[in-house]
Design a protein around this ligand. Structure first.
Ligand code: MN
Length: 328
């Protein structure tokens, strides 16, 4: 997905590990167009830019594609990051400048590495052959910052359908890293964790986690408490490093679903703007100029059928970098 903000600020991201449990509330991002979808963004925000290398979290839906028009994001670029697309329902057709044409489906990881530069398009599709509910679009778009030594790596795309893991009172799909004795085969550039957890009504799930990691719990549906702290839909609980055991309780009468994210604190300073992650304003300006010139840096997306051939970048902000306060 493209960052749909029409006038994105340039953000300097330099988090330090926080303390205890903090609830990050989402903000609704202004729509980028009449057919753009509404998203709830929890990362980055003033309080915190990253959890591990996870540097962007948009949660959207559920929404009826026949009413909203769904998602139609024309070819747009990325640099210095990976995008992880994860759906709870619906279906998205992904095309990129590697030549990938993939269908993003619920419960399956689609991990795109931008590295030096990539372009891709995403269009929600309503399947007529599948019995699953593809007309309801509901999911998350997550970005992972690449460390300096790998941020200019070659573009890449991976698909992985993790098995459904049975746990006491819960199920899990571990799409990145290790949890509950299972490990995703998808490689990461920094130590990371990504998993979808569904917790039965009344159940408490207790998970051993890596104490070197900081963690985030993104609430999708249900009534979950994380280490005793209640979350609303779209909220992201931050847990500082040092946590060895994570307790997630479902107090509601329907199954609750969350995403568990984690990683070792990412200590490099980043500059984020629009769809780019770099290290300076000058780099961001260079990335933007290359896209506007349709330079080779990003390659070409073939077969996108939308009204516009590619998404132009917004104007660079007048104010160069808005320094962000470190958490205390
Ligand atoms: Mn994108």
């Amino acid at each position: 997905m493209s960052n749909t903000e029409t006038d994105p600020a340039e953000l300097l991201c330099r988090d330090r590990p926080g303390e205890g449990v903090t609830v990050l509330t989402p903000r609704e991002v202004p729509l980028g167009g009449p057919r753009a979808i509404r998203v709830r963004r929890t990362l980055p925000q003033r309080q915190r830019s990253l959890i591990g290398a996870w540097c962007f979290a948009d949660h959207y839906g559920p929404q009826d594609v026949s009413e909203s028009g769904g998602m139609d994001v024309a070819p747009h670029p990325h640099t210095g990051l990976q995008t992880a697309s994860w759906l709870f329902s619906g279906e998205i057709e992904h095309r990129d400048s590697i030549g990938t044409r993939a269908t993003v489906r619920p419960g399956e990881l689609n991990l795109m590495t931008a590295g030096h530069g990539i372009a891709h398009s995403e269009v929600s599709t309503v399947s007529t052959v599948s019995t699953s509910d593809t007309a309801t679009l509901h999911g998350v778009q997550l970005w992972i910052a690449l460390p300096d030594e790998h941020r200019d790596t070659a573009r890449d795309f991976r698909h992985y359908a993790p098995p459904l893991l049975g746990l006491p009172g819960a199920t899990a799909r571990v799409f990145l890293g290790s949890l509950a004795g299972t490990t995703s085969p998808v490689p990461a550039f920094t130590p990371l964790l990504g998993a979808e957890l569904t917790i039965e009504p009344g159940a408490t799930l207790s998970l051993d986690v890596d104490p070197a990691f900081e963690h985030g719990v993104l609430q999708d549906v249900g009534s979950v408490t994380v280490a005793g702290t209640a979350l609303d839909t779209g909220e992201l609980a931050y847990l500082a490093p040092g946590t060895e055991r994570l307790e997630l309780a479902n107090h509601g009468d329907v199954p609750a679903r969350v995403l568990l994210l984690g990683g070792t604190p990412f200590t490099e300073e980043l500059v984020m703007w629009w769809n780019f992650v770099g290290r300076s304003h000058e780099e961001i300006a260079e990335y933007r100029e290359a896209w506007q010139a349709q330079a080779d840096r990003y390659g070409r997306v073939e077969g996108y059928q939308g009204a516009t051939a590619w998404l132009p970048a917004p104007a660079l902000p007048q104010v160069r970098i808005k320094p962000r306060r470190n958490p205390a």
